[in-house]
Design a protein around this ligand. Structure first.
Ligand code: NAI
Ligand code: MG
Length: 480
């Protein structure tokens, strides 16, 4: 791990195995952090925030640190992408896109560091009233395994730009790229304690981080179930909290959509990154006139998706992250078979004797009230649901406890925009699904969480507002 500017092992002496999900073999062991390690990391972050050189750094200096980190990530991109693909099973070509986005994220917040502005408040008094923006303090950041280094960047970059210090806990499955990056922080000029990276399980390392009284803010991306636990714990010390909790996002196709683009968009929306995507378009709503043709074309094309080794450049879908996730997704494949009509996949591909591979799977004629339409699978499993007309599309789209994302496909701009307004989701795409850019906000409505990452919204979550009132009268108040 990396605590207070130095490599660290766990005080408990424990190690946890890291797997290559395509071979099921152990490729590394990393410290299995416990509450003692978390305490050390939080103390380091606390000391750096309260009394180190960090509070005296200027926004320019913090911005330049992020620029240097961005450049380093670009220089080491090939190595990082390989390690990412190896550790989480995603196709190398996708991992390369991720690493590019990591560098762009550090670069963006490096630039934004010097654009955080205060206000002059127009109070009706002979006074100068100011709003100052200040860092929230020590951030405890807990990330998932589907985009390991990108999620680290989304958390660290705005926090550093704002002047916070960080304790970042990687997902237990995917610690490797964040640990590699940690090796560079000292030479790049980050003072000790400003970024601490800990590796460990949720219950033994994540939970003590959330509970620690030295932590001011918790940023979490993961399951809704864990989000609820974190909220309860954070309530004890009124920590600031942001949550990104995934969803069951509708991808809505009207009959007038460009058919070929629609089929492509439906598959891309739900199968990219093996479907292990918080914004996966896992409910595919299709208007009745094109429904049968749509299911047929989607099914035919899904069967051609090339599964393979993550490091093979031809691979379009790798294995799932872990045995646990593999079993979860296999179970949903069986649940779906009992609830709807299986048209593609539905099991494990026969060509692989090892690795957590599952077939891209499509269920048609799905009832929106069934489990396969309500519960997040987080794997390559699509639920296709027919609808009649705009009003029904909107009703089905919103009939979910989640509200992270949605997409609508139509050539009718009036209808597309009416649907955009009616859908209760934090991100809505028109005639596409999934493009994600650091310049634009990211986060959910409803049980998909709260708070926004990326763009200027992302840095807001790491800032407090201090109101300053400066009296310009030289006379006594004269009240008593
Ligand atoms: P998870 O929510 O358990 O894990 C996410 C992170 O939270 C990991 O770093 C984990 O160590 C940590 N964590 C777990 N329990 C914790 C606790 N009690 N206190 C503090 N931190 C804790 O997700 P998991 O088990 O890997 O996947 C289960 C399901 O969660 C998936 O099938 C998917 O539906 C959903 N998920 C959603 C993600 C998203 O991007 N919104 C990402 C990962 C999973
Ligand atoms: Mg879990």
């Amino acid at each position: 791990m990396y605590i207070n500017g130095r490599p660290a092992e766990s005080a408990g002496g424990g190690w946890l195995p890291v797997y290559d999900p395509s071979t099921e073999e152990i490729i590394a062991e990393v410290p299995d952090a416990n509450a003692v390690d978390i305490d050390a990391a939080v103390r380091a972050a606390r000391a750096a925030f309260d009394s180190g050189p960090w509070p005296q750094t200027t926004a320019q200096e913090r911005g330049r640190l992020l620029f240097r980190l961005s450049e380093k990530v670009r220089r080491e991109a090939a190595q990082l992408a390989q390690l990412e693909a190896l550790n989480c099973g995603k196709p190398i070509v996708e991992a390369e896109f991720d690493i590019n986005d990591v560098a762009t994220c550090f670069e963006y917040y490096g630039g934004l560091a010097t654009k955080v502005l205060g206000h002059v408040n127009p109070v009706p008094d002979n006074a100068l009233s100011l709003s100052l923006r200040e860092p929230v303090g020590v951030a405890g950041q807990i990330i998932p395994w589907n985009y390991p280094l990108l999620m680290a960047a989304w958390k660290l970059a705005p926090a550093i730009a704002a002047g916070c210090t960080c304790v970042l806990k990687t997902a237990e499955q995917t610690p490797l790229t964040a640990l590699l990056m940690a090796e560079w922080l000292e030479e790049l000029g980050f003072p000790p304690g400003v970024i601490n990276i800990v590796t460990g399980f949720g219950e033994t390392a994540g939970a003590p981080l959330v509970a620690h009284e030295g932590v001011d803010k918790v940023a979490f991306t993961g399951s809704a179930a864990v989000g609820k636990i974190i909220l309860r714990t954070a309530a004890e010390s009124i920590k600031r909290v942001t949550m990104e909790l995934g969803g069951k996002s509708p991808n809505i196709f009207f009959a007038d959509a460009d058919f070929e683009a629609a089929i492509d968009g439906a598959l891309f929306g739900v199968f990219i990154n093996q479907g292990e995507v918080c914004s996966a378009g896992s409910r595919i709503l299709v208007e009745r006139p094109i429904y049968s043709k749509f299911v047929e074309a989607m099914t035919a094309k899904a069967k051609t998706i090339r599964l393979g080794a993550p490091l093979d450049r031809e691979t379009k879908m790798g294995p799932l992250i872990s045995k646990e996730q593999y079993e979860r997704v296999r179970e949903y494949q069986e649940i779906g078979k009992a609830e709807a009509k299986l048209t593609a996949g539905g099991g494990r591909p026969k060509t692989f004797s090892k690795g957590y591979y599952v077939e891209p799977t499509i269920f048609a004629d799905v009832d929106n009230r069934s489990r396969i339409a309500r519960e997040e699978v987080f794997g390559p499993v699509a639920a296709v649901i027919p609808f009649d007309g705009e009003a029904e599309a909107i009703r089905i789209a919103n009939d979910t406890p989640y509200g992270l994302a949605a997409a609508v496909w139509s050539r009718d701009i009036f209808r597309a925009l009416r649907v955009v307004k009616a859908v209760r989701a934090g991100i809505v795409w028109v005639n596409h699904m999934q493009p994600t850019y650091v310049e634009a906000p990211w986060g959910g409505y409803k049980q998909s969480g709260f708070g926004r990452e990326l763009g200027p919204w992302g840095i807001e979550e790491y800032l407090e507002t201090k109101q300053v009132y400066i009296n310009l009268n030289e006379q006594p108040i004269g009240w008593y």
